[in-house]
Write a protein that binds this ligand. Structure first.
Ligand SMILES: [Zn+2]
Length: 433
């Protein structure tokens, strides 16, 4: 098995002891981290290893994007500055009606490359043609939890569900190291309770989880209360039994104390998407309060149509600044905490906290090296402050996923970036409305 030794980096481990080694050393054996330490080991087995001098870099566990729609990346910049429903009805849905499976493949590939380039090694996705997203992930090497979107209020919801059952069954049989499949019912307002019940029973049968949007807008919650005897979307979903499966819920903005209690007691993973929430004026998740009440909160970008970038480095800064202005308190969501959301909490949300989110012996070797010697990152003072407040996606130098080097010196080892950029133009020229 190939061995790699990373030397001289400032290693922000995010392990249980939150150790930072400066200079630090990381040994990778095959797909796993063998050691992380503040000294080079004497063991001769490392003499033959590939050596990466990372003395000008910070090393972190690969960032985790807890919520996105990768195939939608083709729609970047064509539907800005609109309210959510008008955005969906006049722009997104008409363009999606023209989107072929091949278009989704190129969208997912563009997304995967943008994410890797910015230090994301794992993402949680919901979109049409999810088998095409799987192909894009296999080709680029990124890790993902994928779900085909399910909309119970559209034509042929049963066909959509059958297709989802087929693909979840197919991929659970593969026992793939990097790709898992969940079910992706879009939201309660697009998936009526009877339909959601069927999704839950299939998820139970196939031992998998659910990825859904939840309480994103005030209007959604008000409409739900009118339809369901004053119950909130969280309460309705609890009654249906959605939370009996591992559930990742995007947004979770408009919540009552009772809702928060349910999310905490059912271990529902809430995903905060600060840029998208600001852009669509959806509201502000009370991240600080949710964390204090015991809810696992991670970070997501949402789609490139509502962000418009897929950068968790940017979302970390956004999350921290937004929470401070929202609470009128500069001490909330400090840098170290927000880095937890993007690493350890993301891993927990995806049920992979024993494998991802830390630089620790025995964990998967998903490692990101970020240059820390540029004008905007000088002087190199507090690495955790720089990660959250100063560094940019373009500073990412090296990305390793499961021990495989995907990006080195900011260049992809094995991806035709120009081809993906050219294809994205071809697709949008055809589908734009
Ligand atoms: Zn979304």
């Amino acid at each position: 098995m190939a061995k790699t030794i990373i030397t001289g980096a400032t290693v922000v481990t995010m392990n249980d002891r939150r150790e930072v080694f400066c200079p630090g050393y990381i040994g990778v054996d095959g797909s796993k981290i063998d050691f992380v330490s503040n000294g080079r080991p004497d063991d001769v087995k490392w003499n033959e290893a590939l050596e990466i001098d990372a003395s000008s870099c910070i090393a972190i566990p690969g960032l985790i994007n807890g919520h996105t729609h990768s195939g939608m990346t083709m729609m970047r910049g064509v539907a800005d500055d609109m309210p959510l429903m008008k955005w969906l009805e006049t722009k997104i849905w008409p363009m999606e009606a023209k989107l072929t499976p091949e278009d989704s493949y190129w969208g997912s590939k563009l997304a995967a490359l943008e994410m890797i380039r910015g230090g994301i090694t794992c993402f949680n996705d919901m979109y049409w043609h999810s088998h095409q997203a799987a192909k894009a992930c296999e080709e680029t090497g990124i890790r993902a939890v994928l779900s085909g979107v399910l909309i119970g209020t559209q034509a042929n919801p049963e066909n959509q569900l059958q297709q989802a059952v087929d693909i979840v069954s197919e991929w659970s049989g593969k026992n793939h190291d990097r790709i898992k499949f969940y079910f992706g019912p879009h939201a309660l307002y697009t998936c009526p309770p009877k339909y959601l019940e069927k999704v839950v029973s299939h998820a139970e049968e196939l031992s998998t989880g659910i990825h859904i949007h939840l309480s994103e807008t005030e209007g959604e919650v008000e409409k739900c209360k009118l339809e369901y005897n004053g119950k909130s979307p969280v309460e309705v979903m609890e009654e249906i039994g959605v939370f009996s499966r591992p559930t990742i819920a995007a947004h979770c903005i408009h919540l009552s104390d009772r809702d928060i209690e349910i999310l905490a007691s059912r271990n529902v993973a809430a995903v905060h998407n600060p840029s998208s929430n600001m852009k669509l004026a959806a509201g502000v998740m009370d991240v600080d309060y949710l964390l204090r009440m015991g809810v696992n909160v991670s970070l997501g970008t949402d789609s490139a149509a509502s962000n418009n970038n897929l950068s968790i480095l940017t979302e970390m800064r956004m999350a921290s600044l937004l929470q401070k202005i929202h609470k009128g308190d500069p001490t909330v969501l400090p840098a170290g905490r927000v880095l937890e959301l993007a690493t350890r909490n993301g891993a927990t949300a995806l049920g992979m906290e024993d494998r991802l989110g830390q630089l620790e012996a025995g964990f998967d070797a998903d490692i990101v090296l970020i240059r820390n010697n540029q004008l905007h990152s000088s002087p190199p003072t507090d690495p955790i402050s720089h990660l959250v407040y100063s560094l940019r996606p373009d500073d990412v130098d090296t990305v390793m996923i499961a021990g495989e080097i995907i990006l080195r010196n900011s260049r992809f080892i094995n991806a035709d970036v120009e081809e993906v950029i050219a294809k994205s133009k071809e697709v949008i020229d055809r589908i734009i409305v």
